[in-house]
Structures are given as structure tokens and as C-alpha cells.
Design a protein around this ligand. Sequence first.
Ligand SMILES: Cc1cc2nc3c(=O)[nH]c(=O)nc-3n(C[C@H](O)[C@H](O)[C@H](O)COP(=O)(O)OP(=O)(O)OC[C@H]3O[C@@H](n4cnc5c(N)ncnc54)[C@H](O)[C@@H]3O)c2cc1C
Length: 423
Amino acid sequence: MTDLYGMPERTADRGIGRRTILRGASGLVGLAGLQACAPARMVASAPPAPLPGERPRLIPLRVTPDQLIDVKCCIRPLRAAGPNLATELIGDTLVVHNYGHGGSGWSLSWGSAEIAVGKALSVLPREIAVVGCGIIGLTSAVVAQRAGLKVTIYAREMIRRTRSFRASGSFTPDSRVALAAPAGAAFGDVWEQMARLSWKAFRTYLGLPGNPVEFGDSYNLSDKPIVKREHPADPAIIASWANTGLPQQNSEFGEYRERIRDIVPRPIDVPPDENPFTVPYVQRSSQMHFNFPSYAHTLLSEFFEGGGRFVNRDFHGPAEYAALPEKVVINATGYAARDLWRDTTIIPVRGQTGWLVPQPQANYGVRYRNIMLTSKADGVVVMNTNPDIGEMLGVGDSMELPDRGNIEEALKIIAPALAPREA
Ligand SMILES: Cc1cc2nc3c(=O)[nH]c(=O)nc-3n(C[C@H](O)[C@H](O)[C@H](O)COP(=O)(O)OP(=O)(O)OC[C@H]3O[C@@H](n4cnc5c(N)ncnc54)[C@H](O)[C@@H]3O)c2cc1C
């Protein structure tokens, strides 16, 4: 009798029966074979999780250029001191800023919103405005509603058209979020508060219809033994953020993730007999992902069902905030705050993602050389990074035109690592 994947069903002696079968089978199910002759029922759902000691039977990700359906480019709003959560009075209007989250806006959104709404509540308003409807504005609006406030969002674009929708969608809470020296030690505490609150909030969205938030396995593949990549300061580089306004090397960026190592899954080495890839060294970790359409739909539904109002509006300067009927405003305009609020401390950090057709039967991620693939319900995200320059990639670059060639090159680099194992 065969199971959904064409494999004999597990015997009563689950471990032995399955192991015996797998010794003779490829760890990575043959790509060509699967696509050419698999009956449709074979790809109906993800394979069962392997037992400890088993080689997982991964369905290979299809990474041919014909699968590429979109390339998106976006700017991370990095501030050396970390996100702006300050308040200021414009006329008689209290403006609470909530922008500048670098490459961590999705990941820190709930915690950042809690801080911003807490500041807004200090003057006991009954209603507030939120300017901006990216992930930061929308989350701030929902948190404010949960605190009992009437909320109007004013924005040029609703979330699906914002820069937020051009991100990749993983829990990356300390990606280009601040520079260590200008942010100072105190920022670490604020960051940890934001990261912990956000992690907790995201977990309340697990298992909901449409999987707005989910976990997936992510494999780090290497031709050499895997060691943590360090970026020590290069003393030959004299220029720095302090004397140029831009970071000049990776070591200037703040790293905070160790502060939450007790709650976030850690990578583990995969032993050779459990390695489903042909590449010799592998680590596996569990990664939290956000599926943009489903998550945005869930948040917007909560916002409108809670009586929220959306007004399509383009602001041209702080004075227009003071003219709003709401006397407390959360400013969540992301990178656009650089022009709108003349905040030239915002540093653009360009990034781009390629999107392959969703492959729910192959719901895992792979990192190999400089390429990252993440298979989510809303598509397989491809990123072509450069581990040698790490966080410095895209720094100071505000060009938002996508470059398809860069993603096609990424697919070529990663394809051999996904080739099926020999039996
Ligand atoms: C390639 C890439 C990958 C990324 N991946 C991740 C990831 O995996 N995880 C993660 O946590 N983060 C990631 N990020 C970072 C994340 O995308 C940002 O931190 C986040 O999108 C910032 O959201 P925001 O709401 O502040 O800004 P935006 O999404 O830019 O929203 C700004 C809002 O303000 C409105 N607005 C702007 N100007 C005006 C105006 N003048 N008048 C009216 N409205 C205005 C806009 O219409 C919009 O609604 C990534 C970024 C990039 C570039």
C-alpha cells in the first residue's frame, strides 16, 4: 500500500520500516521524475515530518527561470540610531513617530506599535490618526483600536501598494535596524522589548485560515564546514558613519539577536545520514514567515470590523498633520519620512526579491553561497545577497528599479545545490 507520496505506508514498527525504505531512496525526491510523471495526488500536501534520525524526503524546489513571476525592489529605511519613536508637537497636535525600521519593519511591527500607541495614550485621546498604511501604520492602527481608540488611517497607498509589500517576509528583527555606536546600549533594551512583543503577537496568527504567519524549515548549505560568519572591524577603513553619514563596513551595524535566543529557534547541524542535499554541510533551523496577502487581509479585516476608517490622502509636510481633526497622530510613513519630515538621518538601503510560482509541496527554505530561497504560501522568494559585505549591500542606494538579471543569476547559482541525490 502506498502513501500520498508513492512510498509504502509506515509499518507498525514506524522507525525501522521507514528507515529501511529511505536507505534505498533518494533523500531529495528526483526533480525530473517528479515533474514528468508524478500523479497530481503526489503533490497535494507537504511530506510528513521526518522522524529523528531520518533523512527528510524533500520535494525539490523548481528554480528554472520560467517559474519567475515577479521581481520587486524596495528601500529599507535605516536610521543609525534605530527607529524614530520620538514625539513632537506641531501646533496643538501631538505627533508620535513610528518609522525607520530598516530591514526589520515586519518583524518589529507589533512591539513598535505598542510603544507608539502607549505614547499616544499618554494624553488620553478618544480618537487618533495614523499616517501611513504599510506594515507599521496598519499594525499601529490595530493596536490603537485594541486600546479602545477610534482610528482613521490617512495614506497615499494602502498596504498592498506600499514598500512593505516588496519585502521578503521573514522574522528578521535585527536586519539593518541600527548602527551599534550611534544607537547606543539603551537601544538594545528597546529593541528587545519590540522583538519579544512582536514574536508573541505573531504567534497568535499561527494556524489561522490562509496561514498569515507560519513556520518553515530553512536549510543552510555549504561546501565547507559551517562556521558563524564574523565581520570584525577592518582597521584599514578609516571612514565610518560618524565622519561620512553612511556606514562603511559591516561591523558598524548593531547585532541584537542574542538577546532573544531563548525564544527563537537556533540552527542545528544536520548529520550526513539526515542530509537531504548533495552539498556536504547542512544546518537546519525553523524560521517564522509572513504571507503578505493573507496577513494584510487579516489585519485589514480586523481594522475595518473594528470601525476603522481609511482616507486616501497625500501629505506634503508636517503642517498638514496639524490641520487634521484628530489631535494625536502616529506618523508611520517609512522611508518617505526622509522627504516629508526632512529626516535626512534616514539612510536608504536598497534590496530586491524575485518571486517564483508558489510551491506549497516544497515548503522549506534554502541558503547556498550568496543565494536565499524561502518557500512561502505567497511564492518562493529569491534573494541574491553577498555574505562578504553582509549588511552593507545596498547601503546608500535609493534606486528602486528591479534588476531581473540579478535574480536569474541567483537561480543559476542555487540550482546545482537542489539537484536530486543519487540513490
Ligand atoms: C528587499 C527587502 C526585504 C525585506 N525583508 C524583510 C523581512 O523579511 N522582514 C522584515 O521584518 N522586514 C523586511 N524588510 C524591511 C521592511 O520592508 C520595512 O522595514 C517595512 O516595510 C517598513 O514599513 P513602513 O510601514 O514603515 O513603511 P512603508 O511600507 O513604506 O509604508 C509607508 C506608508 O506611508 C504612506 N506615505 C508615505 N508618504 C506619504 C505621504 N506623503 N502622504 C501620505 N501617505 C504617505 C505610504 O503610502 C505607506 O502607506 C525588507 C526590506 C527590503 C527592501
